[in-house]
Design a protein around this ligand. Structure first.
Ligand SMILES: Cc1ncc(COP(=O)(O)O)c(C=O)c1O
Length: 418
């Protein structure tokens, strides 16, 4: 590379990534093949439209790449092409979610007035994502969020309470699948709730997609109408998103709803212009990698490592939200741990916890915990994930050491002036 400044910065970032222990739950390390596809000549190509319906010439190779990517996506999650459609053009998770709302529950103009529809989504402070209807996101401005959360005592989903909210509020769409929820989600119960109030069931499996692909987490496809996912978390691909949608759904009169056509239109031309073809090729590469037996072993290992990390920290006196994990993700209440626990772990605000850990080479993110009383800029907890370090070959014995190290650093942080 001739640009020395950027070359040096990339090289510094490469070194940083090698040096640290990365416990950011939403990050991972992609393969050289994924990087090669991302850095290929495909980045030069404009391809507005979809396979065989492009607004530009010269797309014979791009059409094949997009078709292959779609076929691999459906195959990986065991979906029949006559029942499911997949859009692979969304640039990332947030536009993918927005595209679904725009397609299936759009704001309606009635008698000259804008009528906003309701999205029932988990609130941000309880573990939901901004695009599940939070007011700072466009999804909270053009739609009305019906918020829900976890039970205060168990810190897991209370499906009876969710049903009550759904029946009262009658949302047009219910979003399940979260950003900071460590436990298994009962998709069947979510389906029953959606059916009870006549809502569409959307699952945002961004965090758990790699685990679903590797059969280490229950698949939502049997129950959901729409499934969105980022590709760059546990699925270990490039920054991108996929939207899966049932193409065989009919209305009460038996007419096909054609949701897939609406989704495609919402992505392009609704929200985006030309797709990032290099990104689509890299997604295809990652999907192939995720279909191997090695990836299944990887997904199982992510879970094992997360359990060891959660148990290790709990045994050393740290409050693990919901008491454990069924995924790659762990939430620790670093603030209340010290105040509630007789084992003496100290009260450390989330920001200090993440800063102190970073200084010692362990990268995490500060995170709100359910019913947090502290501000989002300095919440009560931290979020940990095991996907990235599992990619680098770490096993249970390594995560026992990591748990010990985290405990040591956080105990030292107790003396930090709060
Ligand atoms: C559940 C969930 N959905 C959507 C997104 C948004 O993805 P992106 O950052 O690619 O827009 C995230 C990101 O963390 C997420 O956790």
């Amino acid at each position: 590379m001739k640009d020395i400044q950027i070359k040096k910065l990339i090289s510094a970032e490469k070194k940083r990534q090698k040096k640290v222990i990365n416990l950011i739950a939403s990050e991972n390390y992609v393969s050289k093949d994924v990087l090669e596809a991302l850095g290929s000549e495909l980045t030069n190509k404009y391809a507005e439209g979809y396979s065989r319906f492009r607004y530009y010439g010269g797309n014979e190779n791009v059409d094949k790449i997009e078709d292959l990517c779609k076929a691999r996506a459906l195959k990986l999650f065991g979906l029949k092409p006559e029942k499911w459609h997949v859009n692979v053009q969304s640039l990332s998770g947030s536009p993918a979610n927005t595209a679904v709302y725009l397609a299936l529950v759009p704001p309606i103009v009635r008698e000259g007035r804008l009528v906003q529809q309701k999205i029932m989504g988990m609130s941000l402070d309880q573990g939901g994502h901004l695009t599940h209807g939070h007011k700072v996101s466009a999804t909270g401005k053009f739609w009305i969020q019906v918020p829900y959360g976890v039970d205060k005592d168990t810190e897991v989903l209370d499906y009876a309470n969710l049903k009550e909210i759904a029946l009262r509020e009658k949302p047009a769409i219910i979003v399940s699948g979260y950003t900071a929820y460590p436990r298994i989600i009962d998709w069947k119960k979510m389906r029953e709730i959606a059916d009870a109030c006549g809502a569409i069931l959307m699952v945002d499996m961004s965090h758990i997609a790699g685990l679903v692909a590797g059969r280490a987490y229950l698949s939502p496809f049997e129950y959901a109408d729409v499934v969105t996912t980022t590709v760059h978390k546990t699925l270990r691909g490039p920054r991108a998103a996929l939207i899966f949608v049932r193409s065989d759904k009919k209305d009460a009169s038996g007419k096909l709803l054609d949701w897939h056509k609406k989704i495609d239109k919402a992505v392009f031309p609704g929200l985006q212009g030309g797709p990032h073809v290099n990104q689509i090729a890299a997604v295809a590469v990652a999907l192939k990698e995720a279909s191997t037996p090695a990836f299944r072993r990887y997904a199982a290992q992510i879970n094992k490592n997360a359990k060891v990390l959660a148990d290790g920290l709990a045994n050393m006196g740290w409050k693990v939200i919901s008491g454990g994990t069924d995924s790659h993700l762990i939430l620790i209440d670093t603030w209340m741990s010290g105040q509630k626990n007789s084992k003496g772990a100290g009260a450390v605000p989330g920001k200090i916890a993440s800063d102190k850990l970073e200084k010692m080479g362990i990268i995490v993110n500060k995170n709100a915990i359910p019913f947090d009383t502290r501000p989002p800029t300095d919440p009560s907890g931290i979020r940990l994930g095991t996907a990235a370090e599992t990619t680098r070959g770490k096993r249970e014995k390594d995560f026992k050491i990591i748990a010990k190290k985290i405990d040591e650093i956080l105990r030292e942080a107790q003396s930090y002036p709060v």
